[in-house]
Design a protein around this ligand. Sequence first.
Ligand code: PAF
Length: 273
Amino acid sequence: MQIVRGIEEFKRAREALDGSVGFVPTMGALHHGHLSLIKSSKKENDYTVVSIFVNPMQFLPGEDFDAYPRREEADCRICEIAGVDILFLPESSSIYKKDEVKLKAPGYLGYILEGSRRPGHFDGVLQIVMKLFGLVRPSRAYFGKKDAQQLALIRKMVDDFFLPVEIVAEETVREDDGLALSSRNVYLSTEERKRALSISRALKSASRLIMAGELESEKIKKRMYEIMKDIDIEYIQIVDRDFRPLRKVAIRNTIILVAARVGKTRLIDNLWV
Ligand code: PAF
């Protein structure tokens, strides 16, 4: 595995790859969710590139940019064992210029739900993903369905800018007890982690209700609010794949989205119906 930090060095390493390139962009603190993206990339491409960059532009003032887990040594080992071809670890100063062209997430999709709680967050996500796509020039790029709104915005950017990359979405990976894997789970105390399980329990109960024929969004949400009563719910929303609110669940065209705080930790999770 080549570990590359500089932009020019990366361009040279990329130039030498002759074949399809799968790309897994990450912010590090790699877990099994990232590993499943890497695994798919390796299966479907000649080469796999992983980037680790804690992107300052997608954190709002007061968010956890400084506290975000950084585990470079362990991440390098994980990538090496997983068979990654190039691990790209750029510096912020070489990625961002002083006064540069800025991408802006579209008004609706970029500024509802996560976008309304974290205004500007998706502008920063799109900015870095566009830059990384420009450098990596991947055939396919891999993202988790857990960040459903991010995934939809990246798909839209690829479509709007006619970018020659296929976006591949992978299922959320969970702990045995249901907790969705996230680099931010390390912030949870043992007691908070227990309470956080109500999120996946609520989503499971929504799934059971739907399978039993209950399609009314309000009734499903009510049950979910009850289950999550001991945590600080930011939103529970039932939307279609274009993120328009649904009064009734439409099978194969629905996502149930949850954001909640457990202690100081903000968690998101979802269910694709
Ligand atoms: O999902 C993430 O880890 C980040 O938002 C991404 C896509 C790597 C951009 O910084």
